[in-house]
Ligand binder design. Sequence first.
Ligand code: ASP
Length: 316
Amino acid sequence: MADNTHPIRLIIHGGAGDIRRERLKTEREHAFTEVMKQSLQAGYAVLVAGGSSIDAVIAAIVVMEDSPLFNAGKGAVFSHEGRNELDAAIMDGASLRAGAVAGVTTLRNPIRAAHAVMTQSRHVMLIGQGAEAFAGEQGLEIVDPVYFFDQHRWNQLQKAITREQIALDHDMDDEAQPANDEKHGTVGAVALDRQGNLAAGTSTGGLTNKRYGRVGDTPVIGAGTYADNRSVAVSATGTGEMFIRTAAAFNTASQVRLLGKPVADAADIVLAEIAAIGGEGGLIALNEQGEYAMRFNTRGMFRGVIYDEGIAHVDF
Ligand code: ASP
């Protein structure tokens, strides 16, 4: 459907969780709003110039990866070992091509690395040092891991470790522990370009205090990220294990493509499946007509949308 007359759309999220306006200090509220608006404008600039949905998704996500506010790129949470292990994925709805990286510690913008995997390799997912070596060969920016140090994130890790120790000492199981973090600050974007092509991308630092090389849903195609022009582009955030178990992003696309569900209903059905197995989070989904959903089963989700006229709307 390459008629160049499609409406353009960009939807983003910056994570779902226990986000309460009354708890966010005004400056932080402004900061989140500002970065999300910048992200939407960066992606919009690509789309309005006739660029591809893939490039718009990258532009939008890079802005959030470069901000310390979100759990992706610069603001990534710490693993148990005190490292920042980043995951990202991207998918092109026109060709079903996809790329992902997992457990990378030196790539400033994992979403760019995921894109390089998609376009410059024969593979879909590269992990750890191999992914970093590949990204380096592709000329992507490599940073010293101290680039990702953030005192607030470090404190979150210390708290999580203390909580874990208390749970161990009292013989509580994991489920009885307070939530891993107040929110899941993963970032994601879905876009529709003038040619009518969809794309989705997601980037994260995963979960605070993760260990053993844990990887969540974000870089798993069909779990945290999926795009197919025949249905929807999807990016998710939340308790990754449950998003993997429900094949959340592909599941959403299948509800639309195979069962004919409206986009918002598809998102709700999948989030209900996730809740039924003890998970929580949210997802954004967008179809070729520009219909979209930003749904979550947590208190809030940082989210935003921009349409043809270029005004960025954000909420949380
Ligand atoms: N879904 C991500 C993960 O499990 C975390 C998040 O959304 O914040 O790695």
